[in-house]
Design a protein around this ligand. Structure first.
Ligand SMILES: Cc1cc2nc3c(=O)[nH]c(=O)nc-3n(C[C@H](O)[C@H](O)[C@H](O)COP(=O)(O)O)c2cc1C
Ligand SMILES: CCCCC(=O)C(=O)O
Length: 348
């Protein structure tokens, strides 16, 4: 498996086709799923030369945590559909790679079991209409040692994924559950409720609830990025949920520059969606992202070969990023700037 695309192919061969469709699919025509990767195809790099890049550092600091590279694990649901050990297997790989894993609220292993791997862990939250329950979840994540909360804001309701509708896939199979939604160890898990009533006041409420930094995930509009910072966000994740919510939403890479300008350095800006190559990481960082997240590639690694498969995905990206940085004349992440991107020609 020489590329992330090879890992995808191996996963597709191993997964139940219905579960493969759940992981791979997006909303509607999947235009935004396609747009995310297609945007990276459109941007070109303008490398610098003769810059002495024999010693390179890929490490970054993010919200007080040291990462070995600017690539982290975006939250994805239901890892036990891909591997019996589920999110614990994923976490072992992220820990070995010394990067952050964002645990989905829809994880099929408990946050305590995942944290026990020693991974740098953040917890992703859909704010629930029952605010007392939401607060208990936050306390549980804090107690388990999570270093940040990630509030996903692109889901006032659930995007319609046509593949899942066609396949009749609307719930986890017997024996699997969202383990962090049980109120008692053997009690039934509460269902995730999408709350279309959420407003910026609710984000401010979450930010006031916890000393942890709160990242807001699912921002595409620069005015929303500004509002997020005003309401207490400690970080922004430019994301369209991997094209699973609003079909037709802009590619995240196309949205990045305006968001970075609106945030004006006040908090870190991350991006996810369509990152499949080390050069994609270079492009996003050159345009102002502090780090990028990967969603589906992690699931493909997990399905293909468990912890080793996820580790392979992370190390493939690390190797590609290192090579791409050298070829761009950058010896460290901070050396990646917008001058490396052929902005004028990228929208043709
Ligand atoms: C199978 C799957 C499940 C996901 N589950 C969640 C989730 O529970 N919470 C969330 O905030 N985002 C979720 N996402 C969105 C990802 O966090 C991320 O934004 C997206 O996958 C990035 O795009 P990529 O898959 O092209 O890397 C999910 C994405 C996929 C593909
Ligand atoms: C019911 C879990 C939802 C996870 C999610 O956000 C997604 O599938 O995109």
């Amino acid at each position: 498996m020489l590329t992330l695309s090879d890992v995808h192919d191996a996963a597709e061969r191993r997964l139940d086709p219905v579960h493969y469709d759940f992981f791979a699919g997006g909303a509607g025509e999947e235009r935004t799923v396609a747009a995310n990767t297609e945007a990276f195809d459109r941007y070109r790099l303008v490398p610098r030369v003769l810059r002495g890049v024999g010693r390179r550092g890929l490490d970054v600091e993010l919200l007080g945590q040291a990462l070995s590279m600017p690539v982290l694990v975006s939250p994805t649901a239901f890892h036990r559909l891909a591997h019996p050990d589920g999110e614990v297997a994923t976490a072992r790989a992220a820990a070995a790679a010394r990067t952050v894993m964002i645990l989905s609220m829809a994880a099929t292993r408990t946050v305590e079991d995942v944290a026990a791997t020693g991974v740098r862990l953040w917890f992703q939250l859909f704010v629930q209409p029952d605010r007392a329950f939401t607060e208990r979840l936050v306390r549980r994540a804090e107690k388990a040692g999570c270093g940040a909360l990630v509030v996903t804001v692109d889901a006032p309701l659930f995007g319609r994924r046509d593949r899942d509708v066609r396949n009749g896939f609307d719930d986890l199979p017997a024996g699997l559950a969202c383990e962090n939604l049980r109120e008692a160890p053997t009690g039934p898990p509460r269902p995730i409720t999408w709350d279309p009533e959420l407003t910026w006041a609710d984000l401010a409420w979450v930010c006031g609830l916890t000393p942890l930094p709160v990242l807001v995930k699912g921002i595409l509009h620069p005015d929303d990025a500004h509002l997020a910072v005003e309401h207490g966000a400690g970080g922004i994740i430019v994301s369209n949920h991997g094209g699973r919510q609003l079909d037709g939403a802009t590619a995240t890479l196309d949205a990045l520059t305006d968001v970075v300008d609106a945030v004006a350095g006040r908090v870190p800006v991350l991006l996810d969606g369509g990152v499949r190559r080390g050069t994609d990481v270079v492009t996003a960082l050159a345009l102002g992202a502090t780090a990028v997240g990967i969603g589906r590639p992690v699931v493909w690694g997990l399905a293909a070969d468990g912890t080793a498969g996820v580790r392979h995905v992370l190390e493939l990206l690390r190797g590609e990023l290192d090579r791409a940085m050298a070829l761009c004349g950058a010896d460290r992440v901070a050396a990646l700037g917008p001058d490396l991107v052929d902005i004028g020609r990228c929208h043709r």
